[in-house]
Design a protein around this ligand. Sequence first.
Ligand code: PHE
Length: 495
Amino acid sequence: MDAPNLLNPERRMLLVMQQHASKTKWSLSELLDTCSWSDQAVAVGAGHGLQNHGFVNVTEVTHRQIRLDVEGERAVADGLLEQRLWTWMSQQSEPTMHGLQQAFERHEAGPGVGLLKQLGVSIEGGVLTAQAPDDITAIIEARTSFLNSLPADEQLLDASLVASFSSRRNLIEAVEQTERTWSITPEGANVPAEALEEQRVITDITPELLQTDEWKTANFRAFDVTLESATPRTGRSHPMQALIERIRAIFLEMGFSELVDDYVQSAGWNMDALFIPQDHPAREMQDTFYLDQPASLELDEGLMETWKAIHEHGGDTGSSGWGGTYSTEISQRPLLRTHTTVNTIQYLARHPNEACRVFSVDRVFRKEAIDRTHLPEFHQIEGIIVEEGANLQMLVTTLKTFYAKMGYPEVRVRPAYFPYTEPSLEVEVKWRGKWLELGGAGIFRPEVTEPLGITTPVLAWGMGLERLAMLVLGLDDIRQLYISDLEWLRNQPIL
Ligand code: PHE
């Protein structure tokens, strides 16, 4: 017979069994003793391995063990309640209900009376009397010795006592126990002793080992990578954060730099600078979060004058503006930014005509009622390309490249409208056979760029992050992202 390749514990166990050939059954404790092991798992594991080789048989017997529960432990230490009542009764010349209630607390006196009655104590005129005191003493002694005999196998115990104690609260409990015994098979008995010599097995590769040539002939522990194992629950990024990181990586790789700015902004930069008319519905209180404190933000007077001219009649841009009267007070109202374009435009004001590629992935605020697809706080993926000769084709290609890198190669654009871009477009990606709108883009209008002295074309876009997250994570309710459902979070893919 070929010498089987056994693990060391398997070798030791089989050898021990061969050496005690007359012993037909081994219990766990016998194995532990004879093999000099302290860890049950080693013995059980070795037995399992040997069983797989057909060298041992394992027999499992399951039986119920009766153990003391919390009240049972108390009863063993302080005496059963009926024992204590009975002792008390025997010490009284005339035991009364009144006396019992004095001597025992309410939670014991109540059930105690019931126990005494069951034992044959009668109560008349408030006096307790026992007809057959010797019987009572005997019953209580039997109960006490029953408890003292625990833990024990249920089969060895008096069934009526088990039943009566089971009906009392927390005195005893039953636990299922599986007992294994191992026996050697004829095949196991035939394994040659040489195959059972324990070997030095290397489980860890250490620098010391690698410094010598020893590793060349060493015996390495084999790992079975097909075995099931528990998934480790380690800390990890929230899927939303992981997605943001991935988007950042893509833009950085495409040569963009990141812009991070404040949530609180003026209506002037958030809207007026972007040529959004002051009577635009999105500027209403019900759509935008305005701040009470401070009541107003300081803005450059000259800048507001320029915006005023552009909004009222187009200024020097050749545009005819929106007409009406422009209010600089409205410009100075503080709000929570409704789009990250507010930061883009200020970046452009600080760096006019500097060729650049800038992006941001950041939070914006709109007074939306929360539902399956809307949140009042969400994120936008925003970006600009400022470059001589930049054109619509370049904008579309950039967005397509971005979405392709995210795993959505099918992208299309459709004409759209934003007050600050011309032409304007909507970006859609194909997902499960349907076109989904993910954001807007366009080339900034002269009404936006000229007052800031910008003459280079500015390609700009702003897209929803949560929408994209819904696609990436396969969600149909956006709220799932923010409810801290731990089970769901644990099971999210690594992005
Ligand atoms: N700011 C727009 C929005 O909030 C998106 C956009 C940005 C459109 C830049 C065109 C250019 O939806």
